[in-house]
Design a protein around this ligand. Structure first.
Ligand SMILES: *[C@@H]1O[C@H](CO)[C@@H](O)[C@H](O)[C@H]1NC(C)=O
Ligand SMILES: *[C@@H]1O[C@H](CO)[C@@H](O)[C@H](O)[C@H]1NC(C)=O
Ligand SMILES: *[C@@H]1O[C@H](CO)[C@@H](O)[C@H](O)[C@H]1NC(C)=O
Ligand SMILES: *[C@@H]1O[C@H](CO)[C@@H](O)[C@H](O)[C@H]1NC(C)=O
Ligand SMILES: *[C@@H]1O[C@H](CO)[C@@H](O)[C@H](O)[C@H]1NC(C)=O
Ligand SMILES: *[C@@H]1O[C@H](CO)[C@@H](O)[C@H](O)[C@H]1NC(C)=O
Ligand SMILES: CC(=O)N[C@H]1CO[C@H](CO)[C@@H](O)[C@@H]1O
Length: 844
C-alpha cells in the first residue's frame, strides 16, 4: 500500500516537473520565429531586484493580463557579485526563481546579461571592486576587463543552462543580450571599441545557447547579433542586416526621476501611438522599458541622484498597482496586435500617403487585409477617404481596422478607466486615534567624540587625498577624510576671517573642525563638483579637520562614466586674512590691504575611515540594534546624524504599503532590517516646468507633462509586504537622519484606488474596478450620450439615456469590478445624432 502511494506521489511530481518542449527560436528579416512561426512579441521589462519574490507572481500575472507575452530583465552584476567571486542569488536576487515564475505564467523571457546595464542602477551594474583592479579599462579591448566580464557572463549562462531555462532546452528565454547601448559611446573608444564589439559577439556565440542574441543601440553589431532600437519612438528604425527583424528593446514608458526633480509622465495616448506606429511600419518585437519600474532598494540607485522610486510611470506602478488608464489602454492594443499576428508577419504591405503626415498602411494575407491609419500631425485631425468610406483620424494617433473597414482601436481614444489612487492611514487599530508612532533615538556620536575617538579603527593614513570609491569599494555612502595640523600663536590663520575651502567632486560634504560641525553642502543642478567654503575658528596648537564625504549613487551612463571621480578631490585650504597695518594709515581709515595666507592641506597626512559608526553597529537591523542603548525621552528634532527607531503594526489587507516620511530631511530607512532605500525629502523638486494639463499630441520628451513642482521629489517609500511581519505588532522601522528632520509625522499607509473615471466610446466594453477587496460604493456620475467635462467635473450634454445611471448602479455597486457594454442596447437609447460616449465616475 505504502509503495503504491509513493508511486502515485512520484508520478504526480513527474508530471508537474516534466520538462517543457524545447523550442526552435530563430528569425528572418521579418520577425523572430518560434518553431518556424513568425511571432508578434510584446514584451515588458520587470527588473527582479526592484521588487520582491512575493511580488513577482502578481506582477507577471498582471503583465500577462495586460496582453504582454514576454518579460525582459537585465542581470545585475554588482548585486550578484558584490565581493569578487562571492555570489549572491538569494531573496530578490533569485534570478532562476524569477525566470521560473515567468515560465509558470506561460510567458517568454528576454535576458539582457549586459553585464553593463545602465538602468539608472548604481555604477551601471559594474561592481566597484572591478574599478579597483590594476590596469583595468572598462568596456573596451582590455584583457583584465574582458576576463572579468566573461567570467561573470559565463556564470550566468551556465546557471541558465543548468536550470534548463533557454527555450532551446524547454525554458522561457527566447533572446539574450550582450553589452548594452554600446553604439552610443563606441566613438570614444576608437578601434579598440570596434574590436571589443567583435569580441562580445564572439563570446556570446561561443555559449551556444540555441537562442538569438541582440545588441541594442549598436548599429555595427556583427552578424548574427541583431541590433535593436531603444527610444521614445522607433518606427523609423532599420536594423543593419536585412536578415534581422525590426526590434525595439526599449520603448520608454515614462522616465526616471532624480532628487530635486519633478515627476515625469508619458500619456497613455502617446505611448500607444508610438507602439501602434512601430507595428504599422513593420515592427514585430517591442519591449516596454519599464512595464514595472519598482524600487531602488538599498544603495542600488545610480545617477548620481536617482531617486529610490523607479516608478517610471510604467503600466504597473512602483507598488504593483495597475497604472490606469495606461495599463488598460495598452492591453486593448496588445490583444488586437496579437490577433493580427499572421497578417502582420506574413502579409504584403502597401501604403497610401494622404499628405499632412497621414498614411494608410495595408497588410494583406490569404485574401484578408488589415489596416493602420496613422496621423503624425500634432495639431489637426485628418479626414481621409479610404475605399469610398470617410474616416477621421485624430491628431497624433493611429487607427487600427482589422478588416480595413471597421475602426476597432484608436490610440487617442481611451476606453479604460483613469484611477485616482489614494493613500489610506494604517487602519490596523481603530481604537488608537490619532495614529502616532513612539520613537527611540541614538546619536551617531561623532560630534561629541574626542579627537582620537573619530580616528579609532580607521582604515589607513596616507599623504594624499584619495578618490572615494577607490577607498571604499562603495561599501558605504560615507567616507571620512581626517587631518590635523599645528598652529602657532602668531599665525594669521587664527584670525576671525579664516575660512576652510574644500573642492569636492561630490556629492555631499559635512565639515567638522575640532569635533564641531561647521557646515554641510550638497551638489545641486546637475553639477556634482563644487567648492565648500565656510568661516572657521582655529586653536593655538593642534587642530583637526574631519570631512565626511557622502555619495548618493554612482554614475551609470556615458563614455568612461566609470572614471568619474567622487569624494574630496582637493585642494583643501585654510585661508587666513591678514590685515597689513603698515599700509592702513597711508590709505586712510576705511581702507585696508588684506593679504590672504593659505595653508594647503591636500598633501598633509589624511586618515581614512569608511562608513558610519551606526553602520558598523548594524543599528538598522533589529536583531543587532537592541545591543545598543536607545533613548526614549527628549527626542531630538532637526538635529543632524541621529538614528531613530520605532515599532508599528503591519497595515491589514492586501493593498501595497508605503511609509510617508514627510518631515524627515535626508538619510536611509530600513524595515525589519530590509533597506527601503535612501530618502531625501528636504530636496524639493524645481518650481518650474509643471502644468496642470497635459497634451498628448506632439513628440514626447521627459520634460513634457511633469507634476510635483516645488514638493519633495519623493515623499512616499514602498514597504513590500514581504518585509513585514503581518501577524504581530513587532515591525521595526529604523531611520538614519543625516541632515536633521522631525519624525513625528511619519506614517504607514496603504495605496489603493479611491475613485475612477472613464470616458468610453460606444462599441467598447468598459471594465471598471477597485482593488484590494474594496468595492464600488457609489456611482458619482454617469451619462451616456454626449457628456462633457473631465474627470471630477463631468456634466451631461444635450442628449443622454435616462436609464444609464441605474443600469450601471445595478451592475457595479457592491462589486470589486464590473463590466459595461457601452451600447444603446445595454444603457438605453440616447436620442443623440453622433456616436455616443459614456462618462462615468465611481467611488471605491
Ligand atoms: C529552426 O527554425 C529555423 C527557421 O524556421 C529553420 O531554418 C531551422 O532549420 C530550424 N532548426 C531546427 C533544428 O529545426
Ligand atoms: C577593494 O577592492 C580591491 C580589489 O578587489 C581590494 O584589493 C581591496 O582590498 C578592497 N578594499 C576594501 C576596503 O574593501
Ligand atoms: C572565474 O575566475 C576564477 C578565478 O578568480 C576562476 O577560478 C574561474 O575558473 C573563472 N571562471 C571562468 C568561467 O572563467
Ligand atoms: C493639411 O492640413 C491643413 C490644415 O489642417 C489643411 O488646410 C489642408 O487642406 C490639409 N491638406 C491636405 C492635402 O489634406
Ligand atoms: C577649486 O574651486 C575653486 C572655486 O570654485 C576653483 O576656482 C578652482 O579652480 C578649483 N580647483 C581645482 C583644482 O579644481
Ligand atoms: C520583536 O522582534 C525582535 C527582533 O526581530 C525580537 O528580538 C523581539 O523579541 C520581538 N519582540 C516581540 C514582543 O515579539
Ligand atoms: C538612447 C536612445 O535611444 N536615445 C534616443 C531616444 O529617443 C530620442 C527621441 O527619439 C532620440 O533622440 C535618442 O537618441
Amino acid at each position: 500500500m505504502a509503495s503504491s502511494i509513493f508511486l502515485l506521489i512520484s508520478a504526480f511530481f513527474l508530471f508537474i516537473t516534466l520538462p517543457s518542449f524545447a523550442l526552435n527560436v530563430s528569425h528572418d528579416g521579418r520577425a523572430l520565429t518560434i518553431d518556424g512561426e513568425r511571432r508578434i512579441l510584446l514584451s515588458g521589462s520587470i527588473h527582479y531586484p526592484r521588487s520582491t519574490p512575493g511580488m513577482w507572481p502578481s506582477l507577471i500575472k498582471k503583465a500577462k493580463e495586460g496582453g504582454i507575452n514576454t518579460i525582459e530583465t537585465y542581470v545585475f552584476w554588482n548585486a550578484h557579485e558584490a565581493l569578487r567571486r562571492q555570489y549572491d542569488f538569494s531573496g530578490n536576487l533569485d534570478l532562476v526563481r524569477f525566470l521560473k515564475t515567468v515560465q509558470d505564467e506561460g510567458l517568454y523571457a528576454v535576458l539582457r546579461i549586459g553585464p553593463y546595464v545602465c538602468a539608472e542602477w548604481n555604477y551601471g551594474g559594474f561592481p566597484v571592486w572591478l574599478h579597483n583592479i590594476p590596469d583595468i579599462k572598462f568596456r573596451t579591448k582590455n584583457d583584465v576587463f574582458m576576463n572579468e566580464m566573461s567570467n561573470f557572463t559565463t556564470v550566468i549562462v551556465d546557471m541558465m543552462k543548468h536550470e534548463n531555462l533557454f527555450a532551446s532546452q524547454g525554458g522561457p528565454i527566447i533572446i539574450s543580450q550582450i553589452e548594452n547601448e554600446y553604439g552610443n559611446v563606441i566613438g570614444s573608444y576608437g578601434n579598440d571599441g570596434k574590436e571589443y564589439v567583435q569580441w562580445c559577439a564572439n563570446l556570446a556565440q561561443s555559449y551556444q545557447t540555441g537562442v538569438p542574441w541582440v545588441m541594442c543601440q549598436e548599429s555595427d553589431a556583427p552578424s548574427p547579433m541583431i541590433n535593436t532600437c531603444n527610444g521614445w519612438y522607433c518606427d523609423q528604425f532599420t536594423p543593419n542586416n536585412p536578415n534581422s527583424p525590426k526590434m525595439w528593446t526599449e520603448n520608454w514608458t515614462g522616465w526616471y526621476k532624480g532628487w530635486g526633480l519633478q515627476d515625469p509622465h508619458r500619456t497613455a495616448e502617446d505611448l500607444a501611438y508610438a507602439v501602434a506606429r512601430f507595428f504599422q511600419y513593420g515592427g514585430t518585437f517591442q519591449n516596454y522599458y519599464m512595464y514595472h519600474g519598482g524600487t531602488n532598494f538599498g544603495r542600488t540607485s545610480g545617477g548620481p541622484y536617482i531617486t529610490t522610486s523607479y516608478d517610471y510611470d510604467a503600466p504597473l506602478d512602483e507598488y504593483g498597482n495597475l497604472n490606469q488608464p495606461k495599463w488598460g489602454h495598452l492591453k486593448q492594443l496588445h490583444l488586437l496586435l496579437r490577433s493580427l499576428e499572421k497578417v502582420l508577419t506574413h502579409g504584403s504591405v502597401r501604403s497610401i500617403e494622404y499628405g499632412n503626415m497621414t498614411t494608410a498602411t495595408i497588410y494583406s494575407y490569404e485574401g484578408k487585409s488589415s489596416c493602420f491609419f496613422g496621423n503624425g500631425n500634432a495639431e489637426d485631425a485628418a479626414t481621409i477617404n479610404f475605399e469610398n468610406t470617410m474616416y477621421t483620424v485624430p491628431a497624433w494617433s493611429v487607427t487600427i481596422l482589422p478588416d480595413c473597414f471597421t475602426e476597432v482601436y484608436n490610440t487617442a481614444k481611451v476606453n479604460s478607466q483613469t484611477s485616482v489612487m489614494v493613500k489610506k492611514e494604517n487602519a490596523a487599530d481603530d481604537f488608537e486615534e490619532p495614529y502616532v508612532l513612539k520613537w527611540q533615538w541614538r546619536d551617531e556620536g561623532f560630534e561629541h567624540s574626542n579627537k582620537n575617538g573619530l580616528v579609532e579603527d580607521s582604515l589607513m593614513t596616507v599623504e594624499q587625498l584619495l578618490e572615494q570609491k577607490s577607498v571604499t569599494n562603495d561599501t558605504s555612502d560615507y567616507l571620512w577624510y581626517i587631518t590635523s595640523f599645528n598652529v602657532k600663536n602668531n599665525d594669521p590663520i587664527l584670525g576671525k576671517d579664516t575660512t576652510l575651502q574644500v573642492n569636492t567632486s561630490g556629492h555631499i560634504i559635512h565639515a567638522f573642525v575640532n569635533g564641531r560641525h561647521v557646515g554641510s553642502q550638497y551638489a545641486q543642478n546637475g553639477k556634482y563638483s563644487f567648492t565648500f567654503e565656510k568661516k572657521i575658528k582655529l586653536n593655538i596648537g593642534r587642530n583637526e579637520i574631519a570631512l565626511l564625504s557622502v555619495t548618493v549613487g554612482l554614475p551609470n551612463y556615458g563614455a568612461n562614466f566609470d572614471l568619474v571621480q567622487t569624494g574630496i578631490s582637493g585642494p583643501v585650504n585654510v585661508v587666513g586674512r591678514e590685515r597689513l597695518d603698515d599700509l592702513t594709515q597711508k590709505l586712510g581709515d576705511e581702507k585696508y590691504i588684506i593679504q590672504e595666507v593659505t595653508k594647503e592641506l591636500a598633501f598633509n597626512k589624511w586618515t581614512y575611515k569608511i562608513g558610519l559608526r551606526g553602520e558598523r553597529q548594524q543599528l538598522h537591523d533589529p536583531v543587532h540594534s537592541h545591543r545598543w542603548r536607545w533613548f526614549g525621552d527628549n527626542l531630538p528634532t532637526n538635529k543632524m546624524f541621529v538614528w531613530y527607531k520605532t515599532t508599528f503594526k503591519a497595515p491589514t489587507g492586501s493593498d501595497p504599503v508605503v511609509v510617508d516620511l514627510m518631515g524627515l530631511g535626508k538619510g536611509h530607512a530600513w524595515v525589519n532590517g530590509h533597506s527601503i532605500g535612501r530618502y531625501w525629502l528636504s530636496y524639493l523638486a524645481s518650481e518650474e516646468g509643471c502644468s496642470p494639463t497635459c497634451d498628448y499630441r506632439g513628440t514626447y520628451s521627459n520634460s513634457k507633462c511633469m507634476t510635483n513642482c516645488g514638493k519633495p521629489s519623493q515623499r512616499w517609500y514602498h514597504v513590500p509586504r514581504d518585509f513585514l511581519n503581518s501577524d504581530d505588532n513587532n515591525n521595526t522601522l529604523v531611520v538614519f537622519e543625516e541632515f536633521g528632520g522631525n519624525p513625528w509625522n511619519v506614517k504607514f499607509q496603504t495605496v489603493t484606488v479611491g475613485s475612477a473615471c472613464a470616458n468610453a466610446y460606444e462599441g467598447n466594453t468598459l471594465e471598471l474596478s477597485c482593488q484590494g477587496g474594496n468595492v464600488v460604493s457609489q456611482i458619482r456620475f454617469a451619462s451616456f450620450g454626449s457628456p462633457n467635462g473631465a474627470c471630477g467635473s463631468f456634466g451631461a450634454g444635450q442628449c443622454e439615456s435616462p436609464s444609464a445611471l441605474s443600469t450601471i448602479q445595478k451592475a457595479c455597486i457592491g462589486k470589486e469590478s464590473c463590466s459595461i457594454d457601452v451600447s444603446e442596447s445595454y444603457l438605453g437609447p440616447t436620442g443623440c445624432k453622433k456616436t455616443n460616449r459614456l462618462a462615468v465616475e465611481i467611488i471605491c
